[in-house]
Design a protein around this ligand. Structure first.
Ligand code: SF4
Length: 289
């Protein structure tokens, strides 16, 4: 859903929001200075609340933005006052030479924060290359610290790789390392208590995220984070298939390939809804949460 939806939003947000220059300010006065970038819809885990066992047919290669295309959007966003970038997926570390993209994004003038959300499984191998390329910090998904439960929830994940990844991230100087714990129908009280205790013993920040459900619009504010706080939302998202999305819980998306980065940014800003409703056009692993 792209251009046509734009015209209906125009009536809601006329004037400065469509400005050609200056910061991206939406129709509700929110300054959008944070861009989340999904670089792939693929993942090396099969978390029960996110994917089916057999996984989902990935997007064809040519549908996925190249690193140069992603950097072009990020540069255009930085020219419009975006200061913070977060790399997400699917699982971003499964994309080959991801450190190349990190280096391109870290070199952009005006970007003061470059973060990544990862499941940590490949972090032990890549942490120092990511840090050397300019990554500042990581959020690692940890829904339980019990090895058997971890394998159950992720359908086969090895928790030792996750812990080794967290250690490698800290040794590489990525700071802070934060934990994202999704509380889902599969979570047990001891899963959540275990993550809390682990975070305390390791002196790591942990954010508890109640499971979101895009099609039904079920979501709540992230404990310890900024997500789900619509009145103060400063986010735009770039999906792995090149749509600039003003809101996670909306079907609005503006193609950077069709419109160009600047125009897609302008339209996404103008079209940003006051609050999220639901999203039926994209699954979470294609938007990156
Ligand atoms: S639902 Fe939309 S407006 Fe609300 S916090 Fe999420 S992205 Fe922002």
């Amino acid at each position: 859903m792209t251009h046509s939806t734009f015209s209906s939003c125009r009536s809601a947000a006329v004037g400065a929001q469509l400005a050609e220059k200056g910061p991206l300010v939406d129709g509700y006065g929110r300054v959008l200075d944070y861009l989340r970038i999904s670089v792939t819809d693929r993942c090396n885990l099969r978390c029960r609340y996110c994917m089916t066992e057999e996984g989902v047919p990935p997007l064809p290669h040519e549908a996925i933005l190249s690193y140069e295309e992603i950097a072009q959007v990020a540069r255009a966003a930085a020219r419009r006052g975006v200061k913070k970038l977060r790399i997400t997926g699917g699982e971003p570390l499964v994309r080959r030479e991801i450190e190349t993209l990190v280096r391109m994004l870290a070199a952009i003038e005006g970007i003061i924060d470059l973060a990544m959300t990862t499941n940590g499984i490949l972090l032990e191998r890549l942490a120092s290359a990511l840090a050397a390329a300019g990554l500042r910090r990581v959020n690692v998904s940890v829904d339980t610290v019990d090895p058997r439960r971890f394998a159950e929830i992720t359908r086969g994940g090895d928790i030792r790789k996750l812990f080794a990844g967290i250690d490698a991230a800290r040794s590489a100087g990525l700071h802070p390392v934060k934990l994202n714990c999704v509380a889902t129908e599969y979570s047990t009280p001891s899963d959540l208590a275990g993550v809390k205790a682990y975070a305390a013993s390791e002196k790591l920040d942990v954010r508890f995220i109640r499971q979101m459900h895009l099609p039904s619009g079920a979501f709540s504010a992230v404990e310890g984070g900024g997500g789900g706080d619509c009145p103060r939302c400063n986010r735009l998202r770039l999906s792995s298939d090149g749509l600039l999305r003003p809101c996670l819980f909306s079907d609005l998306g503006f193609s950077v390939r069709e419109l160009g980065a600047e125009e897609a940014l302008r339209r996404a800003t103008a079209g940003k809804p006051r609050a999220g409703t639901r999203c039926t056009s994209h699954p979470m692993h294609r938007i990156g949460g």
